[in-house]
Design a protein around this ligand. Structure first.
Ligand SMILES: NC(=O)c1ccc[n+]([C@@H]2O[C@H](COP(=O)([O-])OP(=O)(O)OC[C@H]3O[C@@H](n4cnc5c(N)ncnc54)[C@H](O)[C@@H]3O)[C@@H](O)[C@H]2O)c1
Length: 262
C-alpha cells in the first residue's frame, strides 16, 4: 500500500514499544512523513533507536519507560507535552506474549500479560487523552492480535488480554468520539522478524516438539494469502488509520492475510 501524506508534518506521534520490530517500523514511517516522533520502551535500546532516527535527519525523541508504572507514564506524557508538544497520535504497540500449557499459568504470568498489554495501554491513553481532548483531535491505535479475536492454544492469558484490548478500544471509541478522537485496534497475524513471533515460535518448538520450519509451514498453510504478515503490512495499516480513516472508530482491523475474518 505504502501511502504517503503531508498530514503529519510537525504532528507529535508517540509509539510505545518502539525500540525495535513493528514499533520501530511505525515510528520510522511517521518520521519519514514529517512527524515529531516520540518512542518509548522499557528497553534502554530505545535511546539508540531514537538516535538512529535523528541521525537520518528526522525529529525523534526517546524515553525509557515501563508502561505498567502509571505514575511514570503520566509524568512521561507531561514531559512530552512540555518538551515536544501536544500528542496527536498514540500507538500502543508495546506488548508481551507467553506460551505454555494452560495449567502452568501462575499469578505472575497472568499479571504480566494483563499489566503490559491492557493496563499499560490504558495508562498511556490516560497520559495522551487530555491533550487530544483539548485539541478536539487525535488518533489512538491499540495493538490487539488475531489471538484476541480467536484465542490461540498455549496462549490463553495473552489471548484474553488482547481480547480485553479490543473491548477497551470499543468502549473508549464511544466515549471520546465527540472530541474528534478515533480509537481503533490492530490485529496482526504472525508477523515475521519480530520479538513476539520469536518468543511464540520458541514456545511452540518446546511445547509441540516441532521444528521451526514445520511450525511456519503449518501456520502458513492456514493463511489464504499464503504468507506470514510482515512488518510493512502492519505499518501501512497503522499509517492509514493515522492519516485517513476519519469515519472509522471502534474497529479491530485484522492484518492476517485472511486468516482471521471477523
Ligand atoms: N509479532 C507478532 O507476530 C504479533 C502478532 C500479533 C500481535 N502482535 C502485537 O504487536 C505488538 C508488537 O509486537 P512485536 O512482535 O513487534 O513485539 P517485540 O517484542 O518485538 O517488541 C515489543 C516491544 O515492547 C517493549 N515492551 C515490553 N514490555 C514493556 C513495558 N512494560 N513498557 C514499555 N515497553 C515494553 C519491548 O521492550 C519491545 O521493545 C505487540 O503488542 C504484540 O502483542 C504481534
Amino acid at each position: 500500500m505504502s501511502l504517503n501524506s503531508d498530514k503529519l508534518q510537525g504532528k507529535v506521534c508517540v509509539v510505545t514499544g518502539a525500540a525495535k520490530s513493528i514499533g520501530y517500523g511505525i515510528a520510522e514511517k511517521y518520521a519519514e512523513q514529517g512527524a515529531k516522533v516520540v518512542i518509548v520502551d522499557i528497553d534502554p535500546l530505545v535511546m539508540d533507536s531514537a538516535k538512529a532516527l535523528c541521525d537520518k535527519g528526522y525529529d525523534a525523541k526517546g524515553y525509557i519507560l515501563n508502561i505498567t508504572d502509571r505514575d511514570a507514564v503520566l509524568a512521561c506524557f507531561k514531559d512530552i507535552e512540555k518538551t515536544v508538544g501536544d500528542v496527536f497520535a498514540l500507538v500502543n504497540n508495546a506488548g508481551v506474549v507467553d506460551t505454555r500449557p494452560f495449567e502452568e499459568n501462575d499469578e505472575s504470568i497472568m499479571d504480566k500479560m494483563f499489566k503490559v498489554n491492557v493496563y499499560g495501554t490504558a495508562y498511556c491513553i490516560q497520559g495522551a487523552l487530555p491533550m487530544m481532548k483539548k485539541n478536539k483531535a487525535g488518533k489512538i491505535i491499540n495493538f490487539a492480535s488475531k489471538s484476541g479475536k480467536t484465542g490461540s492454544a498455549l496462549m490463553a492469558p495473552y489471548s484474553a488480554a488482547k481480547g480485553a484490548v479490543i473491548v477497551l478500544t470499543q468502549s473508549l471509541a464511544f466515549e471520546v468520539a465527540k472530541f474528534g478522537i478515533n480509537v481503533n485496534a490492530i490485529c496482526p497475524g504472525i508477523t515475521d522478524a519480530t520479538g513476539v513471533w520469536s518468543s511464540v515460535s520458541a514456545g511452540y518448538i518446546e511445547n509441540m516438539k516441532m521444528e521451526r520450519e514445520e511450525i511456519v509451514k503449518n501456520f502458513t498453510a492456514k493463511i489464504p494469502l499464503g504468507r506470514l504478515t510482515d512488518i510493512q503490512d502492519v505499518v501501512d495499516y497503522v499509517f492509514f488509520l493515522t492519516v485517513s480513516g476519519e469515519y472509522c472508530t471502534g474497529q479491530a482491523l485484522n492484518i492476517t492475510g485472511g486468516r482471521e475474518m471477523h
